[in-house]
Design a protein around this ligand. Structure first.
Ligand SMILES: Cc1cc2nc3c(=O)[nH]c(=O)nc-3n(C[C@H](O)[C@H](O)[C@H](O)COP(=O)(O)OP(=O)(O)OC[C@H]3O[C@@H](n4cnc5c(N)ncnc54)[C@H](O)[C@@H]3O)c2cc1C
Length: 490
């Protein structure tokens, strides 16, 4: 909702020709993009609704180069916008229009430095693409669980900086739970080496957690030690037509014991969200012809291979779904019979953001409430939004095991983006007030960036905001590290 957010004051020291020469001396020609066409993808956000500015995009190849670039910027008071895959949905990686400093892209630091299958860890540079890390783990018969729709282009540095969630949080936790150590370049250019492969380390403040979820406002993550798990050997994926969201949370609640604690993912989908994907994403099939309002995509997995003649995940799931049909919670269901059927189900879930972008103007809220309150939130939230703008087309979905609903709406048919934006502040206030009254969060997994700058200020207490400001000011006294994001300093 770009136009309603007033830009905070940010440093506007320009990159002079002399500083550009110094940057070139550090990273070489390969590490600089200064022409308008080359810069365009780095200054435009994923949704293409926000375009900023930058003097130059700097792409260091090592932590030492990163440190020298940041030191130079610190010395001259030049603002830095850290960027990884630029798939963030809150504008955190997009510079403000008056930004005169640099975008620092970590994409050239993309090496896997070490895989330790016995110790279940791997050490990686922050520009590694998430999917490459999943594949690297699999090649060592291990599993790296972070999984989300943008995994082919987002990078681990961005995932950690947004404390990304995704579809496996239910079992493995969000990004910050998958990390043992970090290396970070601080706003003054110093390198903090916290690259430890330790599961236990109670030596004072746990600094790594400051940088995860900070959206690049406290430093630049350059390396990480990630945790690994055993690879899955027996997987069952199913698409269920369910009675309603209340039935969905009850199904999940009972699935834990029925699967012997093997529920890996549980994603609620509305019919509207499913149809939006079928309209816009080529090659996706509707798994069930049942035209019901709610679906559940559920996956169970075990690291133990199915023994000859024994019950595996599919058989256990089939029995469970039969019981749930008798209980009236499941109306119809299909368990995938092949890798490609399972892939198709996941393509529907993962295609929602892309389909939403193709669908046209809309409003989107990434919220969380406690799991048992999801049905109440969906009912009341839709009613509150429609009371302000009748004709909005709700397409909710969510990681229901995490209490996380992606509460999206298409604009009323025929309404353009500027007209929709006139209603956006009132709908946002109604939705976020409701979440707050239900003790929920206005940002479950996407972060704050620019888009929720004012919402954070509105809903967080003075003591929380002041504590965050104290941390920001002490680590970044010149306010050069992703200024004007997450937190208004005054
Ligand atoms: C199709 C699609 C599906 C998505 N699904 C999910 C989902 O299920 N769950 C979820 O949580 N998110 C999801 N997202 C949002 C997005 O993919 C995540 O936020 C992702 O973690 C961002 O990674 P990135 O590499 O693109 O980071 P960027 O967009 O480049 O950056 C994100 C933020 O981190 C900062 N940053 C980037 N790299 C560094 C670094 N090395 N050091 C310090 N700061 C840095 C940036 O300044 C910015 O504030 C989805 C996005 C898309 C487009």
């Amino acid at each position: 909702m770009p136009d309603t957010i007033i830009q905070p004051t940010i440093p506007t020291t320009p990159v002079t020709p002399a500083i550009l020469d110094s940057l070139r001396a550090i990273v070489g020609d390969k590490g600089l993009i200064a022409d308008d066409q080359g810069k365009e993808p780095f200054i435009t956000d994923w949704r293409r609704t926000r375009v900023g500015n930058a003097s130059v995009v700097v792409r260091p190849a090592t932590v030492e180069e990163t440190s020298k670039v940041v030191k130079l910027c610190y010395e001259h008071g030049i603002a830095i916008v850290p960027q990884a895959g630029n798939t963030g949905l809150m504008g955190g990686a997009t510079p403000w229009p008056t930004h005169q400093g640099i975008v620092l892209s970590v994409g050239r630091m993309n090496k896997v430095l070490n895989v330790d299958p016995v110790g279940y860890s791997m050490t990686v540079e922050s520009g590694c693409i998430l999917q490459t890390l999943q594949e690297t783990a699999a090649a060592h018969d291990r599993f790296f669980p972070l999984s989300l729709g943008a995994q082919g282009s987002c990078q681990i540095g961005g995932n950690l900086s947004t404390n990304a969630g995704g579809v496996q949080v239910l079992r493995y936790g969000n990004a910050r739970n998958l990390v043992m150590g970090l290396e970070v370049v601080l706003p003054n250019g110093d390198i903090w080496n916290g690259l430890r492969s330790l599961k236990k380390d109670n030596t004072g403040y746990d600094l790594k957690h400051l940088f995860m979820g900070a959206e690049g406002t406290l430093g630049i993550i350059t390396k990480a030690v990630l945790k690994l798990w055993p690879a899955s050997k027996d997987v069952a994926t199913a698409w269920l037509a369910v009675r309603d969201p209340q039935a969905a949370i009850e199904i999940l609640s009972e699935a834990h014991s029925a699967s012997e604690d093997n529920v890996e993912s549980c994603e609620l989908m509305s019919r509207e969200a499913t149809e939006m994907v079928l309209r816009h994403i080529p090659g996706v099939q509707d798994p069930l012809k049942a035209d019901t309002p709610w679906y559940l995509l559920m996956q169970w997995s075990s690291s133990r291979p199915k023994a000859e003649g024994a019950e595996g995940m599919s058989e256990k799931m089939e029995q469970f779904l039969g019981e749930q049909m008798e209980a009236g919670r499941v109306l119809d269901a299909v368990i995938s019979q092949s890798e490609s059927q399972a892939r198709n189900m996941w393509k529907i879930r993962e295609g929602v953001a892309e389909a939403g972008r193709a669908e046209g103007p809309g409003l989107s809220y990434d919220i969380s409430v406690s799991v048992s309150k999801i049905p109440e939130f969906i009912d009341k939230g839709i009613a509150a939004a429609l009371a302000i703008l009748p004709g909005l087309r709700p397409h909710p979905l969510g990681h229901i095991g995490d209490g996380n609903v992606h509460f999206g709406f298409g604009a009323p048919k025929g309404m353009d983006r500027p007209t929709l934006q006139q209603y956006a502040p009132a709908v946002t206030r109604a939705v976020n007030d409701l979440i707050t009254s239900m003790a929920g969060s206005i940002s479950a997994e996407h972060g704050i960036g620019i888009e929720k700058l004012d919402e954070l200020a509105h809903y967080r207490s003075k003591i929380e905001l002041d504590t965050m400001r104290t941390i920001k000011r002490s680590l970044d006294p010149k306010n050069i590290m992703n200024p004007g994001k997450v937190l208004r300093l005054s």
